[in-house]
Design a binder for this molecule. Sequence first.
Ligand code: XMP
Length: 304
Amino acid sequence: MVKVDKFINESIGKIRNDVKGRAIIALSGGVDSSVCAVLAHRAIGDMLTPIYIDTGLMRKCETENIQRIFSGMNLQVIDGKEYFLNALKGLTDPEEKRKAIGKAFIRVFEEEARKLDAKYLIQGTIYPDRIESEGGIKSHHNVGGLPSVIDFEGIIEPLADLYKDEVREVARALELPHEISDRMPFPGPGLAVRIIGEVTEDKVEIVREANAIVEEELLEQFKPWQTFAALIEKGTGVKGDVRVHGWIIAVRAVQSRDGMTAEAMELPWETLQKIESRITSEIANVSRVLYDITPKPPGTIEFE
Ligand code: XMP
C-alpha cells in the first residue's frame, strides 16, 4: 500500500510539474484511462478535460455509467456513432476494421483537442500495450497515431511502466468504484472485434444485447477473467414452425493471467442452457448459440 500511495503522490506531482496548460485525456471507461483521469484531475483540476467518445461500439449503458462516475470532472461526451459506423462501412478485414476505428478516434479526438486548444495529452498507455505494439502483434488503437497528428507540447503517460494488476491496485487506492477497478478488459475497438465481417447498426445492437446477457449470467457468479458474446454469421433455425435464417452468437468465457494465453472455462450445462435460452428468446433474429472451448493459442480471446 505504501508503494501505491508513493506512486500516486509522485504521479500527481509529476503531472502538476509537466503540464503547463490545458490538458485532455481520452476516457474509455476502462481501468487504465480512468485511473489516469483521476490522477490528472487531482493534479490539475479543471485544467483537464476528459473526452469520452461514444463510438456506438460500446457496451450497454456504458455512456450513462461514465457520465455518472465522472460527473465531478469537466467531462465532454462526444456522439461519434454515425461517424464510426460510416468509417466501418464495407470493411470486412479485421486489421482494416481496427485501423479504420483507430483513424476515426484520432479524427474525432483531434477535432475536440483543437476546439479546446489543449496543449497536453494524457494517455493511459500501460507497459504491455507498448510491448504488444512494438512487437507488431496487432494494431492497438490506444497507442501511437495521436502524437504525430496533433502538435501537443507534451504527452504524459503516467502508467507507462505498470502492469494491469498494478493499475487495478492504484484504482482501488484512488477509491474508484469496483465496476472500474475490477473491470474485465474490453478491447479499444469495442464491439467491432466481436462482429465477424462488416459492422452494421443492426449487428451492433444484437451483439450489445448478447454481451449484456452473458455478463449478467456469468460475471458475478463465475468471475471469469473475460467473458463476452460475438456475432459470427447466419445459419438456419426454426422459430415457431417457420425456417429462418438467423444470426449465430458465440459465447466466450476465459481464465487468463495476462491475456497472452487463456483457457476456456468449464461452465455448468444449466448455465449455458440459460444463456442460450435468454439470447434466442430475448434477441430477435438469433437462431443459434455456440460456446467456444478454444484455448489461446491456437485461438485468440476476441474473434477478430
Ligand atoms: P486477443 O483477442 O488478442 O486479446 O487474444 C487479448 C486481450 O486484449 C484485448 N484486446 C484489445 N485491447 N485494444 C485494446 O485495448 C485492442 O485493440 C484490443 N484487441 C484485443 C482483448 O479483449 C483481450 O483482453
